[in-house]
Design a binder for this molecule. Structure first.
Ligand SMILES: [Zn+2]
Length: 51
């Protein structure tokens, strides 16, 4: 089962893990906007890794 890991390169930590089966690209984008707005506002580099 593929998973996507949301990782912040500045904080050096995983923000969340999502089952790719349940999140479309668009759904994941919306999720990211909510979850990571704090990091993004600070200019952190958010990376989505496939597991
Ligand atoms: Zn961060």
């Amino acid at each position: 089962m593929p998973h996507r890991e949301i990782y912040c390169n500045n904080c050096k930590k995983t923000l969340g893990m999502y089952n790719a089966k349940y999140f479309s690209e668009n759904g994941l984008g919306e999720l990211l906007n909510n979850l990571d707005s704090m990091h993004i506002k600070r200019g952190h580099a958010i990376e989505i890794r496939m597991k």
